[in-house]
Design a protein around this ligand. Structure first.
Ligand SMILES: Nc1nc2c(ncn2[C@@H]2O[C@H](COP(=O)(O)OP(=O)(O)OP(=O)(O)O)[C@@H](O)[C@H]2O)c(=O)[nH]1
Ligand SMILES: [Mg+2]
Length: 235
């Protein structure tokens, strides 16, 4: 099945070549879809290295990643950040799990023995709290809700309207979980970031709280064509 790797990029010229190289090492034939809002050389480098580049004014992480996911052609869609933090050599393991019947495979920095010492302590605390809150509010049993690295069966991405921006990584997990899609978590290390962080932890954190509460108050439903399939699928 064709694999597409999807990213938003904003001024990642220090990281982009290494990230594309690591994707190719893990999956030579992957389609690489980048929604770019840079003012530096990121898009030129990405195009030269064979990525599909879609330009977008800077509207935030989730708006960019959603556009990349919806433009991707693969049967398996993978999200990651373009900053060197996620171990892209895990792509084959994630693809294999989708092949075994999982709908979503989420790369967790807090499961098992993942090394996370590169993550600031405040972020470690906040990320664990968001996972706990998601488990309490949505009945999920996951260890990392804010991870940027996941693999999705194509059907999952096209089953929902994605509305969140800074909270997209949460929405990408709790909506499928609530609608009965089968989810696996694998353990990963988190590496030092190349280049500057683009998300503000305070406004980012508040945005995520808003996302969690909003959908707890609203019902989560898959688009009819897919929810029907879901109900008829054996557990
Ligand atoms: N196109 C686009 N991409 C964005 C925008 N904001 C962030 N990104 C990209 O989204 C990805 C995630 O942003 P990061 O800065 O890594 O945010 P983060 O992962 O919360 O922070 P760290 O874990 O500290 O790296 C990166 O590849 C960014 O370049 C935006 O407004 N437009
Ligand atoms: Mg990042």
């Amino acid at each position: 099945m064709e694999v597409s790797v999807c990213m938003g990029t904003k001024n990642e010229e220090k990281a982009i070549a290494g990230v594309i190289g690591d994707i190719r090492k893990a999956r030579k034939d992957a389609e690489i879809v980048i929604v770019d809002s840079s003012t530096d050389r990121t898009p030129e480098i990405a195009k030269r290295l064979g990525a599909r580049v879609i330009r977008q004014p800077p509207m935030g992480y989730g708006v960019a990643l959603r556009a990349a996911l919806l433009a991707a052609k693969g049967g398996i869609l993978i999200t990651t950040d373009c900053d060197g933090t996620y171990p892209l050599e895990k792509i084959p393991e994630m693809v294999e799990l989708i092949g075994k019947g999982y709908d979503v495979v989420s790369a967790s920095r807090f499961k098992g023995k993942g090394r996370i010492s590169t993550m600031p302590l405040l972020n470690q605390f906040g990320n664990r709290m968001f996972a706990l809150a998601t488990n309490v509010l949505y009945g999920t049993g996951i260890t990392d809700i804010t991870t940027g690295m996941r693999a999705f069966r194509r059907e999952v991405i096209h089953s929902f309207d994605w509305t969140e921006n800074v909270g997209l990584s949460l929405e990408l997990l709790f909506k499928p979980a609530r609608c009965g899609f089968k989810i696996a978590e694998i353990s990963i290390d988190y590496r030092p970031r190349i280049g500057e962080v683009k998300l503000n932890p305070l406004t980012g954190g508040l945005g995520m709280v808003k996302t969690l509460l909003k959908y707890r108050l609203m019902s989560v439903a898959a688009k009819p064509a897919y929810s029907k399939d879901r109900r008829s699928r054996p557990a």
